[in-house]
Design a protein around this ligand. Structure first.
Ligand SMILES: Cc1cc2nc3c(=O)[nH]c(=O)nc-3n(C[C@H](O)[C@H](O)[C@H](O)COP(=O)(O)O)c2cc1C
Length: 351
């Protein structure tokens, strides 16, 4: 019997199967960052048949923006659009998760209301941000002071509140891929000497404060966290990533989350940035030692390899981003309804 197609409960949410639609930024929001008709249509087409659909990452504030066209539940008038997405997902029997994020230093003042992008520390960084005028080199960033940290924790909480008000089932805190929360975890980007820098527990403090604030809304079991251990996206480096992520995983497990979403360092990503595509998954296995709650495995998986990591016990759910994109419709129906797409006989047999 296929593990992928067996039911599981995450937090208090029962799922009919373990295939997860990954968060995939589409950049189709209205100019005021509200949800567009096209976005609703996109999610309405995702026939998950009782699975988890994680919405593309959404900004928690204007200063959190890094990609023009990404949505944000950072204003109360964004709630209605999110409600339309949640309703569309629920109408097809799916469970809706809103992923919320702060892009940190990967931004430009053109899209942050003129405010400099924020980071734990000022470290020279060279990448592009998508503005209304196209891609531009990121603006110089500023190290966050304690007031910025407090404000950002509140922004995460308020964005999560709006998402819950819109009817989503869970929120996922984006602490991966070199964005703000992730950059606090790595000692290559976090050179702080206050309570938010130095030892791993200090570097994880900001993430935990966000979780504390968000869990006060509906409980920790309505929250997922996304991590990308040793991911190279956005130039993340750490002197001892294994030890760092072990400790972070331990701290997250104590929190009683609905799930931990782990991106393997090998990813397919988009065609321009292929990372260690043919290597074995290692991150979920590493975190499993300290995190016994539900783990969603992401990064370079197809039907067979997702089934294998579940069989091995290193993960409980599988996120097949590349497979979904390959069919140009990043939707659950791609693999839930069309097993031939993932060329797996075990999947076919299990349908
Ligand atoms: C076009 C595109 C958009 C993405 N958007 C998001 C996003 O909004 N949030 C997120 O956490 N990851 C995002 N990702 C990362 C994917 O969810 C996934 O983790 C990554 O592609 C690795 O999986 P894969 O090897 O199966 O592609 C995006 C990736 C791509 C290629």
């Amino acid at each position: 019997m296929s593990k992928l197609f067996s039911p599981i409960t995450i937090g208090s949410i029962p799922l009919k199967h373990r295939l997860v639609m990954p968060p995939l930024t589409r950049l189709r929001s209205n100019p005021d960052d509200s949800v567009s008709d096209m976005m609703v249509e996109h999610y309405a087409q995702c026939d998950s048949d009782g699975g988890l659909i994680i919405n593309e990452s959404a900004n928690i504030s204007i200063q959190a923006r890094g990609y023009f066209g990404a949505p944000g539940p950072y204003l109360d008038n964004h709630i209605n659009g999110y409600r339309r997405i949640a309703d569309a997902v629920h109408a097809k029997g799916g469970l809706a998760v809103a992923q919320i994020l702060h892009c940190g230093r990967t931004s430009h003042t053109d899209i942050t209301g003129g405010r400099p992008p924020l980071e734990p520390s000022v470290i020279p960084f060279d990448t592009m941000a998508l503005t209304q005028g196209g891609w531009k080199p990121v603006s110089p960033h500023r190290a966050m002071d304690l007031g910025d940290i407090r404000q950002t924790v509140e922004d995460f909480r308020d964005a999560a509140q709006r998402a819950f008000d819109a009817g989503v089932d869970d929120v996922e805190i984006h602490s991966a891929n070199g964005y703000l929360l992730d950059s606090f975890l790595y000692d290559g980007s976090n050179k702080r000497t206050d309570a938010y820098g130095g030892a791993v527990d200090n570097r994880a403090r900001f993430l935990l404060e966000v979780l504390e604030a968000v869990s006060a809304l509906r409980g920790a079991d309505r929250i997922g966290v996304r991590l990308s251990p040793s991911g190279e996206w956005n130039d993340m480096v750490d002197s001892d990533p294994m030890a760092m992520f072990s400790r972070v995983g331990e701290l997250l497990y104590q929190f009683g989350l609905a799930y931990l979403h782990v991106i393997e360092p090998r990813i397919k990503g988009d065609d321009a940035k292929v990372g260690h595509e043919d290597t074995e998954p290692v991150a979920a296995a590493h975190l499993r030692k300290v995190f016994q709650g539900p783990i969603v495995a992401a990064g370079g998986f197809n039907g067979d390899s997702a089934e294998a990591i579940l069989e091995k016990g290193d993960a409980d759910l599988g996120d097949l981003a590349s497979e979904a994109r390959r069919d140009s419709r990043p939707c659950m129906n791609v693999y839930a309804r069309k097993p031939s797409v993932v060329s797996s006989t075990t999947w076919s047999a299990s349908m």
